[in-house]
Design a protein around this ligand. Structure first.
Ligand code: ADP
Ligand code: MG
Length: 153
């Protein structure tokens, strides 16, 4: 699998990476966002959504667990599973259906839903480094690889 790291010195750099990601994302991709509270996961999603034309707010769906968007004809689902506890809620809430070839899923705190989630095409790990952030992007599938191949330039 391909991977690379980048330094993101400030919030603007995280948003800019999101904008670059937005240009290469395709339907069907499943992306996990890893990192502590405050690492910049939601900021990255905000960068993606703004680049795709979303003009409203982008908040982590901490209580609703998922926020659906339709942007540039793309069905994008932003999950924040930090408060996900009950495995039975997964099917009851219809979460399984969100992961399909027509939709793009960006998932914060995938660790909380463990084996319920489909495997990720791309893992993005964010962590604090000085005042900024360090990001590691890893592709696990061919489609994930195609997507990030053009990012690392
Ligand atoms: P998470 O979703 O991982 O909990 P957020 O995206 O809400 O984190 O970001 C938390 C804070 O980190 C925000 O105040 C945001 O402005 C800031 N931030 C994001 N990226 C960077 C960066 N590269 N350098 C410094 N601060 C950043
Ligand atoms: Mg968040």
């Amino acid at each position: 699998p391909d991977d690379f790291t980048l330094t993101l010195p400030d919030e603007a750099a995280t948003l800019a990476l999101g904008a670059k990601l937005a240009q290469v994302l395709v339907p069907g991709l499943n992306i996990y966002l890893h990192g502590d509270l405050g690492a910049g996961k939601t900021t990255l999603v905000r960068g993606v959504l703004h680049a795709l034309g979303h003009t409203g707010r982008v908040k982590s769906p901490t209580y609703t667990l998922v926020e659906p968007y339709v942007v540039s004809t793309l069905n994008l689902y932003h999950f924040d599973l930090y408060r996900f506890i009950d495995p039975e809620e997964w099917d009851a809430a219809g979460f399984r259906d969100y992961f399909n070839p027509e939709s793009l899923c960006l998932v914060e705190w995938p660790e909380k839903a463990q084996s319920l989630l489909p495997a990720p095409d791309i893992d993005i790990h964010l962590h604090a480094e000085g005042q900024g952030r360090r990001v590691l992007i890893t592709a696990n599938t061919d489609s994930g690889n195609q997507c990030i191949a053009t990012l690392n330039t």
